[in-house]
Design a protein around this ligand. Sequence first.
Ligand code: NDP
Length: 288
Amino acid sequence: MERQQAIVVDGKALANDIRSELANRVTELGRAGQRPPCLCVVLVGDDPASASYIKGKQRACTRIGFESVEHRLPANVRERDVLALIEGLNRDPEVDGILVQLPLPAGIRAEAIAEATDPAKDVDGLHPINAGRLLSGQPGLVPCTPLGIIEILKRHEIDMQGARAVVIGRSAIVGKPVGILLLQQHATVTFCHSRTRDLAAVTREADILVAAAGSARMVKGDWIKPGAAVIDVGVNPIDGVLVGDVDFDAAKDVAGLITPPRGGVGPMTITMLLCNTLRAYESRTNSS
Ligand code: NDP
C-alpha cells in the first residue's frame, strides 16, 4: 500500500482564522465604548532580525485593531534605563502587554528585564511568577510559541492524551513550557538537549516530536516514527535562507503531520502574542 504524504500545517491559515476572531472581539469592545487592547514593544539595539520581528508583531496588532506602541533604545543603553522604561510601562494603565524583543545586547540581562515586567502584562510569559503558575497548573500568561504549538496540534485533532511526546530543547521560552503544556494534555513527555545520548533513538519513539534546538536540519527522516506529528520550531539562517531544525523534504515522507520551515509555527507564535495581549487586557480591565 502506498504511504500517504504528511499533512503540511498551514500556520498562516490557522493564524488568520484566530486573528479574525480577535478582530471581531475588538469590534465588540469598540461597540461597547471600550478602548482596544494595547501592546507595547521594546527594541534595544539595531539587530535587523529583531527589528523585522518587531515590525511583524506591530503589523499584526494594527491589522486586528489593537493599539501598538514601540520604544527603541540604543544598543549601548544602560540596563537601569531599560528597567526604568519598563517600570513606566507597568504603571501606564493604557498598556496591557509589554514585550522586550530578545536577544538583548551584552550587559542587559534578559532575566532582570523579565522580572521587572508586571506579571499581568508579561505577554511573553517569561516572568518567574508566570513560569511558576504554568508549572503548578494555575492560570497565567504562557510563552507564545508553546501556546501556538498546542493550538496547531488541537486544531489538527492530534491525540495528545497518552501520546509519547519528545521535545528537543529546554529553553525557558520554548522547550520547557511546551513540554509542560504537553504534559497538561496528558502526553508522556521526554525533554532532550545537547547532552542527550543517542538523540535519534529517543526521537524515533515520539508520536509528537517538537524540534526547538536551533540547529539546521538536524532531525533526519530516519529519526522520525512513521505517522508522527512533527513540529519544527527552529529558525536557522543558512546562505541567506531560513531553514528549520527538521530536514523537511525527508521528514514529510515519514511524518503524519509536519510544520513547514516557513509559514508553520511562526505565524502562530505572533497570533498567540495577540491572544496573550487580549487576555492581559481582559484580566486587567475585567472585560472578558
Ligand atoms: P535556545 O538556544 O535557548 O535553546 C536551544 C535548546 O536546544 C537548548 O536547550 C539546547 O541544549 C538544545 N540543543 C541545541 N543543539 C542541540 C543538539 N544538537 N542536540 C540536542 N539539543 C540541542 O533556543 P530557543 O529555545 O530560544 O529557540 C530554539 C529555536 O527555535 C531557534 O532556532 C529559534 O530561532 C527558534 N524559535 C522560533 C520561534 C518561532 O516562532 N518560529 C520562536 C522562538 C524560537 P542545552 O540546554 O543543553 O544547551
